[in-house]
Design a protein around this ligand. Structure first.
Ligand SMILES: [Zn+2]
Length: 258
């Protein structure tokens, strides 16, 4: 697994990008919270509509984002995320409640919105298809990552060992304290993602994502993790937990260009 905290690009709007997907005709990015118009506590590039931020701010932020990457206005496809395990196909399924989105269409940016949960971007290089996954603890236990890989296989002929997977900024094991009930559900699914310190239990969601991707057949050298903790770095990222639920949502997106 490649892990680096050094891939923050300031242009066109501040975002993280992985070298694993450079030069292959795919545009992607993990947006930070910077560069938008929303006031505190949604400052400033809030792209989540299910927050208390004004809708006009979110619309303006979306315009800023699309324009900055030279995308056609209104092309970004996102979801109504429900912490479930359903995968939507961009273009076919409209207004769907789902937590992952896939496509093989060109010039169609797809994305997920997060503020602590793990955003995962997937790309099948051979038969070109891409996916974006929103994976919190419920989604991970429920199989959202495996379901997305299966959907890419079935629909587009992708193969797990040809996939590149990028794990974006999420709440890290340093900060993500969970209940015994949540920990137990993870222990049943994965090993080595729970850390107990004194009487407190901490869950490592990015490592959980890595393990699930590996088990599903994605090669370790094709998995990249940003290494950023949203809760530790609220100057750069929205964190639902750290900011007591009053915060925005950052976008992670991917698009086939050629
Ligand atoms: Zn942290």
């Amino acid at each position: 697994m490649k892990n680096s905290r050094d891939f923050l690009k300031e242009r066109p709007l501040p975002h993280l990008a992985s070298p694993l997907l450079s030069g292959i005709g795919v545009v992607h990015g993990f947006m930070t919270r910077k560069g938008g118009v929303s006031p505190s506590p949604f400052d400033s590039l809030n792209l989540g509509t299910n927050t208390e931020d004004k809708e006009e701010n979110v619309i303006k932020n979306k315009e800023l984002y699309e324009r900055s990457f030279s995308f056609k206005s209104g092309t970004l496809k996102t979801l109504t995320q429900v912490h479930g395990n359903k995968v939507a196909v961009a273009g076919d399924d409209t207004d769907t409640e789902a937590d992952a989105i896939i496509t093989d269409q060109h010039d169609l940016p797809i994305g997920v919105l997060t503020a602590d949960c793990v955003p995962i971007l997937l790309c099948n290089e051979d038969k070109k298809a891409v996916g974006a996954v929103h994976a919190g603890w419920r989604g991970m236990v429920g199989g959202i990552i495996e379901n997305t890989i299966e959907a890419l296989k079935e629909r587009y002929g992708a193969k797990a060992d040809e996939l590149t997977a990028l794990i974006g900024p999420a709440i890290g094991p340093c900060c993500y304290e969970v209940s015994e009930d949540v920990a137990e559900q993870f222990r049943e699914k994965l090993h080595n993602v729970i850390r107990v310190q004194d009487d407190n239990i901490f869950l490592d969601l990015p490592s959980g994502a890595f393990s699930i991707l590996s088990k599903a057949g994605v090669r370790a050298e094709k998995i990249w993790s940003s290494g950023h903790c949203t809760s530790c770095e609220t100057d750069l990222f929205f964190s639902y937990r750290k900011e007591n639920g009053k915060t925005g949502r950052q976008l992670s997106f991917i698009m086939i260009k050629e």
